[in-house]
Design a protein around this ligand. Structure first.
Ligand code: NDP
Length: 451
């Protein structure tokens, strides 16, 4: 008897949860994908026989390792390192490294799983991986960060390489950390290759890589908005986070004529009803990247702004919301506040920032909504462009990289529309992104046999 999609989802998820107990973020990410692809799978029952979802949710390899290092007081510190190599069907593993105290196996697996679909959507040949550590760079000296990165890479270098696995940055891993990691990789392997992306411009980095995720989010949002005759011009934008993705999403939104009124960090958010301007944006760049300070200092410097400790920005009235901080930062009450505040579009810069019930509420109220695996793919796509430049030993201009980025975001949008649009012309970007990503990876896995 033919299995229906709902039964397939429930049976599949029950097995996954039993096999991976306590990995809540991983369960959440898988459930969203299975929810989208189940109708396609039950229509193609050979995919059930091939156990395609079981294979896609079992990492090809999980590496967990001890990272010992010595702090500035001379005390020994022990952290845990991870690399989850999820799927290499369409290319070498590719995905960022996250240094944050919340890092655990569940978060690594959810991110590596999402990365597989995201990388598939970019149109570039990259498999999916993610890694990191529960190390917290906040409050550490440069020397402590360097010693940690050197110890972390001493183990990680055994498992990566330019044709095997190419890590990049993520939360807590920016230009400084990539520099220390690359230096140690080069020293241990005695080779200068493009094994890490997000490198400095003088040593193999690509122009526009720092900007790419945030810019790409806005390019994607522009496409979504244009489908409803809307745009950034004269709109009010709420951004969360104040790190790499938030900084450049805010910059591009401003350049497209929007007023960006919020930024946040893990301690609270600032609301500036006058919006960011060039000077304020440059201050944020200095504050977060050079001084490594807190976003509350924005409100101390600019009296037009208020600081709300312990709160998220979603209660502020806005037309467009760009969550760019971390997972599960828009919960159901936040979604209701956005809807009541007149928001028209939620475009994710972070990975999985919206909880499933919040997504349902946002989509149910008819807002445009894009999952991070589609709208934040500009970062990894430009990392892919950095790999290409490293391989051909050439450097493209900023305009060339930006043009590639624009084309890729446009193509991802088209793929979402192709697979996610119903007979009334409404696009479900979650469904579109998941099905488009799935079909390509599943096809490649079938071609390569049972490996
Ligand atoms: P950064 O470390 O540069 O910035 C992260 C920002 O999010 C900081 O403002 C940080 O505040 C805040 N944040 C972190 N954890 C929490 C939390 N638990 N609650 C509230 N705020 C928090 O990271 P990125 O900007 O690189 O990454 C942001 C998001 O974008 C992540 O989900 C990442 O996976 C995703 N992403 C990043 C890409 C990239 O190219 N960098 C590519 C694709 C996705 P604080 O300073 O207090 O920690």
């Amino acid at each position: 008897m033919a299995l229906n999609a709902d039964k397939f989802i429930e049976a599949f998820m029950a097995n996954l949860i039993a096999k991976n107990p306590g990995e809540n973020e991983f369960h959440q990410a898988v459930r969203v994908v299975v929810g989208s692809v189940a109708p396609y799978i039950v229509e193609n029952p050979w995919l059930i026989e091939e156990k395609i979802m079981e294979r896609m949710t079992e990492p090809e390899r999980v590496i967990m390792f001890r990272v010992p290092w010595i702090d500035d007081r001379g005390d020994i510190q022990i952290n845990r390192g991870f690399r989850v190599q999820m799927n290499s069907a369409i290319g070498p593993y590719k995905g960022g490294l996250r240094f944050h105290p919340s890092v655990n196996l569940s978060i690594m697996k959810f991110l590596a799983f999402e990365q597989t679909f995201k990388n598939s959507l970019t149109t570039l040949p990259m498999g999916g991986a993610k890694g990191g550590s529960d190390f917290n760079p906040r409050g550490k000296s440069n020397n402590e960060v360097m010693r940690f990165c050197q110890s972390f890479m001493t183990e990680l270098q055994k498992h990566i390489g330019q044709d095997t696995d190419v890590p990049a940055g993520d939360i807590g891993v920016g230009g400084r950390e990539i520099g220390y990691l690359f230096g140690q990789y080069k020293r241990l392997r005695n080779e200068f290759t493009g094994t890490l992306t997000g490198k400095g411009l003088a040593w193999g980095g690509s122009l526009l890589r720092p900007e790419a995720t945030g810019f790409g989010v806005c390019y994607f949002a522009e496409e979504m908005l244009a489908s409803k005759g809307l745009g950034f011009k004269d709109s009010v934008v709420a951004v969360s986070g104040a790190g790499n993705v938030a900084q450049y999403a805010a910059r591009k939104a401003m350049d497209l004529g929007a007023k960006v009124v919020t930024l946040s960090d893990s301690n609270g958010f600032i609301y500036d009803p006058d919006g960011l301007d060039d000077e304020k944006w440059k201050f944020v760049m200095f504050l977060k990247n050079a001084r490594r300070g807190r976003i509350s200092e924005y409100a101390e410097k600019y009296p037009t702004a208020s600081y709300y400790p312990g709160k998220r920005p979603w209660g502020i009235k806005c037309d467009i919301a760009l969550p760019c901080a971390t997972q599960n930062e828009i919960e159901i009450d936040d979604a209701k506040a956005l809807i009541e505040g007149g928001c028209r579009c939620v475009c994710e810069g972070a990975n999985m920032p919206t909880t499933p019930d919040a997504i349902a509420a946002i989509q149910g109220a008819g807002l445009l909504y894009s999952p991070g695996k589609a709208s934040n793919a500009g970062g990894v796509a430009t990392s892919g462009l950095e790999m290409t430049q490293n391989s051909i030993r050439q450097k493209w201009t900023r305009e060339e990289v930006d043009s590639h980025l624009h084309t890729i975001m446009h193509d991802i949008h088209s793929a979402c529309v192709q697979y996610g649009t119903d007979e009334n012309g409404n696009t479900d970007y979650v469904k579109g992104a998941n099905i488009a990503g799935f079909i390509k990876v599943a096809g490649a896995m079938m071609d390569q046999g049972l490996v």
